[in-house]
Every structure is written in C-alpha cells, then in structure tokens.
Write a protein that binds this ligand. Sequence first.
Ligand SMILES: [Zn+2]
Length: 106
Amino acid sequence: MNIFDKSVKIGNVSWNIEKFSHADTNEQQGGCTNVFYHTIYMREEGGMEDIDTLIHETLHACDAMMTIKLKEDQVYKLANALTFVLRDNPWLFTYVKQKIKEEYVR
Ligand SMILES: [Zn+2]
C-alpha cells in the first residue's frame, strides 16, 4: 500500500501524508507534522518504524485539533505504546473494522 496517496481525516480536516527524505532535514526524525498546512511528512523507513511514525505524527495532529498541548516526550511514548498494542493485538483491526461497518455502512 502506498501511504503517500492517502490522507488521515482528523475531525473535519483531512491531513495529507507526504514523503520527505533525509535530504530534506538534518534531523534523524522519521516524520514531522505541519499544523498550518495539515500535512504529515514521513520518511519510508520500513516495517514497524513507519507505523510508529504515522501514529506519532497523527497524535501531533490530534493534539493540535484538540489543543491538548502534549509534550514531545508524551507523544513519543504514546506512539510507542499504541504501536505495540497494534502489533501485539492484530484482532483489534478486525474488531474496529467490523464495528465501523456495523455503524456506518448500511
Ligand atoms: Zn513529534
């Protein structure tokens, strides 16, 4: 699946997911979020790293929408924890998809 042709809808706003490379920044981060342009930038690292980055940047977007004012360390730890939950409980995807289908697809 090409994630870069997707968007993440958070509240009433669709956030584009765009690729950025190591050449775009000197930092070693896997992604970043531009809250003004509603864009999540990600590197393609591969594997669980990409999931963690997507969750991390999505949490930043949620934080901006809800004005929670999470600290970077809190976003980092929440993203790691959620990545592990998703990795260790694949049945969760099926359950969520089933519940969404029951609720919204008729
Ligand atoms: Zn961050």
